[in-house]
Design a protein around this ligand. Structure first.
Ligand code: TYD
Length: 213
């Protein structure tokens, strides 16, 4: 079972991964957590080029997209597919829908072009379940700024961008309701965790070791 966690910046995704993994392992499931961009030695190097280097600020949007996809292609083939073949639950913090939400809905890159690039990069691998942590851009920004900071023009730009990202996620979720589950991420982290656990458990078969034959 391939599960992805998606959501705008500040939605609290990353906080939810560790307790979910621990819970599923306690239930007897084998789980591989991973994150995007990154998750393999090669993908982590690409992540560095994408996110951690001020000297790369002039990166062209097409270069950026191809790097996100390069990181993902390696992650899919090196870790995700082999784990799924062994019956392990793969829990990925961001996946292809992040590219559609950020580069597509957020930056305005043509969605159909992105979809065909994504199909190539992932070899067509789609999640079985995608959990969307939905949060307003204002709340997301407030969390990221933790404890204040001056309001500035960049924040206004960021809010408009993150609103497009959020609406993009919601649109995708409504288009494929069988794959997506929307969680209201304005709730406390504990409430969000318990809702995620419920939806994940409802989709899983009992762990192999516990199955009565
Ligand atoms: P990261 O530090 O992992 O943030 P988060 O904890 O919110 O996931 O940074 C990932 C950033 O990269 C985030 O702002 C979303 C963005 N991103 C894209 O724009 N496109 C993509 O395909 C992916 C995977 C991430």
């Amino acid at each position: 079972m391939f599960i992805t966690l998606e959501g705008p910046d500040g939605s609290g995704k990353s906080t939810q991964v560790a307790p979910l993994v621990e819970f599923l392992r306690q239930q007897g499931y084998s789980v591989l957590p991973t994150r995007e961009p990154g998750g393999t030695v090669i993908s982590d190097q690409v992540r560095n080029v994408l996110l951690n280097r001020p000297e790369n600020s002039a990166m062209h949007p097409r270069t950026e997209i191809l790097l996100f996809l390069a990181s993902r292609a390696q992650l899919v083939e090196e870790r995700i597919r082999p784990a799924l073949l062994e019956g392990t639950i793969v829990l990925c913090d961001r996946y292809a829908d992040s590219t559609l939400a950020y580069q597509g809905y957020g930056h305005g890159v043509d969605l159909d072009t992105l979809r065909s690039l994504l199909a190539f990069a992932t070899g067509g691998l789609q999640p079985d379940l995608t959990i969307l942590l939905d949060v307003s851009p204002e709340e997301g920004l407030r969390r990221r700024k933790k404890g204040g900071g001056e309001w500035n023009r960049l924040d206004a730009f960021a809010l408009a961008f993150h609103e497009r990202v959020r609406q993009g996620y919601l649109e995708m979720a409504h288009q494929q309701p069988g794959r997506w589950h929307i969680v209201d991420a304005h709730q406390s982290p504990d409430m969000v965790q318990s809702e995620i656990r419920q939806v994940v458990l409802s989709r899983l078969q009992p762990p192999a070791a516990n199955r009565i034959l």
